[in-house]
Design a protein around this ligand. Structure first.
Ligand code: FAD
Length: 409
C-alpha cells in the first residue's frame, strides 16, 4: 500500500505494479491535490543544485530585508524548524553542495529516461509535456560569468540583446539583465495532469487494486508488517510505502522514524494566455529573484518563493500580492494576471535537498519522500529506485554507487 497519491506516490505505485506487486494507493484528497497540484512545471534536469550552498546565509539576510524577496522566515518555537535550519546551515558550503548536486543530476538523468519510457511505451500523455528549453537570466555580469564557466556544448551563453531577440516576452525585464544561459534540452509539463494520466494507466493495470480515499491517522508496527489506521478503517499490507509529502514526518514519528523534513512553502500563479499576450517560448528563470515563468499548454505558470513559516498551506495575501507585483513588472504581457489562479504548496524538503528513498528501519515500512523543490523532476527515477530495493534487485545501472537512504540524507 502506497500512502500519498502525489506525483511521488503515483509513480511509486506504478513502478511497484509493473514489477509484480499487487498495489493499492491511499490518499486523503485524491490524485495530485497536494504539492503536485500547481508547481512550477519544470522538468529541470540540469538545474538540480540544492538550496544549501556557500554564500546562501549572507544572501538570505539580504532577501529577508526585501519585501518582495524570495525568502521569508517566521522563527517559531518549533524544534523541528531549528534543527532543520541548523543542519541546513552546516551544509551551506561548496563541497556538500557539489556532492549533492552530482547525486541529484544522476537521479535526474535516470528520471528523464524513466519518464520517456512511460510516455513512449505506456502512452502516458496529455500532460502538456514540451521540450521548451530553459533560459536562465542573470542580472549581473559576474553571476552570468560564474554560471557560464560550467556550461556544456549543448548550452549557449546569450547576451542581453540575444535574450531579448529570442524572447519577445523580455521587452520589460530585458534591459535590467546582463544576459542568460539557454539550455535547449530542458522540458516543462503539467504535474497534476501527469498524475491524472498515470493514474488512468494504473487503473487499467492488472496488479493495481485501487485508489482508496481515506486519511491516515496513524501507522502501527505489527511484527514484520505495518498497519495503517485510516479515518474510515484499518488497512494491512505486506509492505507500506510512505510517500505522503510533508505529512510523512508526523506519520513516521510515532514509529521512532525521525525524518529530517521541513515544509518550504512556495507560491504559483496560473494565468490564461490569450492572443494579445506575449508569453515566453522557453521556460524562463530569473536567477537572482528566483522566479520562474513557464508556458504550460495554453497557460502561464509563474512560481516562486521559499517561505519557512511552518506547515500551513494557506495563501498569505501579502506574499501573493508580492508575486503578482513582480510578474506584472517584469513580464506584464505574458499572461492575463487579472484572471490568474493563485496557489501555495509545501515542498517536502530535507536540509541537503536529497530525497530519502529506501527502508525506514521499521520492518514493512519503506520511504519515498523529501524530493523538495524537484519532486516532479525526480519522481519517476525515485520510484524505480525504490521498487528495485523492495524487490531485492540491483540498483539501476545509472544510479550505481549512489545512496538516498535515510542515513545518507
Ligand atoms: C511553488 C512550487 C514550485 C515547484 N516547482 C517545481 C518544479 O518546477 N519542478 C519540480 O520538479 N518540482 C517542483 N516543485 C516541487 C514538487 O511540487 C514537489 O516536490 C512534489 O509535488 C512533491 O510530491 P509528493 O508526491 O512528495 O507530495 P504531494 O504532492 O504533496 O503528495 C502527498 C500526498 O499525500 C497525501 N496525504 C498527506 N497526508 C495524508 C494522510 N494523513 N492521509 C492520507 N493522505 C495524505 C496528500 O493529500 C497528498 O496528495 C515545486 C513546489 C512548489 C511549492
Amino acid at each position: 500500500m502506497v500512502l500519498g497519491a502525489g506525483v511521488v506516490g503515483i509513480t511509486t505505485a506504478w513502478a511497484l505494479a509493473e514489477s509484480g506487486w499487487r498495489v493499492s494507493l491511499l490518499d486523503a484528497r485524491g490524485v495530485g491535490q497536494g504539492t503536485s497540484l500547481r508547481n512550477g512545471g519544470q522538468l529541470s534536469y540540469r538545474y538540480v543544485a540544492p538550496l544549501a550552498d556557500a554564500g546562501v546565509p549572507a544572501k538570505a539576510l539580504r532577501w529577508l530585508l526585501d519585501p518582495d524577496g524570495p525568502l521569508r522566515w517566521r522563527p517559531q518555537a518549533d524544534p523541528v524548524q531549528w534543527s532543520w535550519l541548523g543542519r541546513f546551515l552546516a551544509l551551506c558550503n561548496g563541497a556538500d553542495n557539489r556532492a549533492t548536486a552530482s547525486r541529484l543530476a544522476r537521479l535526474g538523468q535516470f528520471s528523464r529516461q524513466c519518464l520517456h519510457e512511460l510516455m513512449d511505451r505506456h502512452a502516458v500523455s496529455h500532460f502538456a509535456w514540451e521540450q521548451a528549453g530553459k533560459l536562465v537570466l542573470y542580472r549581473s555580469s559576474a553571476s552570468q560569468r560564474r554560471a557560464a564557466a560550467s556550461i556544456d556544448g549543448s548550452q549557449q551563453e546569450w547576451s542581453r540583446e540575444q535574450c531579448m531577440a529570442q524572447e519577445p516576452a523580455l521587452a520589460q525585464l530585458g534591459p535590467r539583465i546582463a544576459g542568460g544561459i539557454y539550455s535547449e534540452d530542458e522540458a516543462v509539463a503539467d504535474c497534476h495532469a501527469f498524475c491524472v494520466s498515470l493514474m488512468d494507466r494504473l487503473q487499467g493495470h492488472p496488479n493495481f487494486q485501487g485508489l482508496v480515499l481515506d486519511t491516515v491517522l496513524a501507522l502501527r508496527s505489527d511484527g514484520p508488517r505495518v498497519s495503517v489506521q485510516g479515518r474510515a478503517q484499518a488497512y494491512g499490507a505486506d509492505a507500506v510505502v510512505l510517500a505522503a509529502g510533508i505529512a510523512s514526518r508526523a506519520l513516521a514519528l510515532p514509529l521512532g522514524v525521525k525524518l529530517p523534513l521541513y515544509p518550504l512553502k512556495g507560491y504559483s500563479l496560473d494565468a490564461p494566455i490569450e492572443a494579445q499576450h506575449t508569453a515566453p517560448r522557453a521556460s524562463i528563470t530569473d536567477f537572482e529573484r528566483k522566479v520562474l515563468y513557464a508556458r504550460i499548454g495554453s497557460r502561464l505558470r509563474v512560481a516562486a518563493m521559499v517561505d519557512l513559516v511552518g506547515q500551513n498551506e494557506a495563501i498569505d495575501q501579502g506574499r501573493l500580492q508580492s508575486l503578482l507585483r513582480v510578474a506584472q513588472t517584469d513580464m506584464p504581457q505574458a499572461g492575463d494576471y487579472a484572471h490568474a489562479q493563485p496557489w501555495a504548496g509545501l515542498r517536502p524538503a530535507t536540509p541537503s535537498g536529497a530525497p530519502i528513498i529506501g527502508p525506514s528501519g521499521v520492518p514493512g515500512l519503506w520511504l519515498n519522500l523529501g524530493q523538495g523543490a524537484l519532486g516532479f523532476t525526480l519522481a519517476t527515477g525515485s520510484a524505480q529506485l525504490l521498487a528495485a530495493q523492495m524487490n531485492g534487485q540491483d540498483t539501476p545501472a545509472m544510479l550505481q554507487g549512489l545512496s538516498f537512504s535515510l542515513e545518507a540524507v
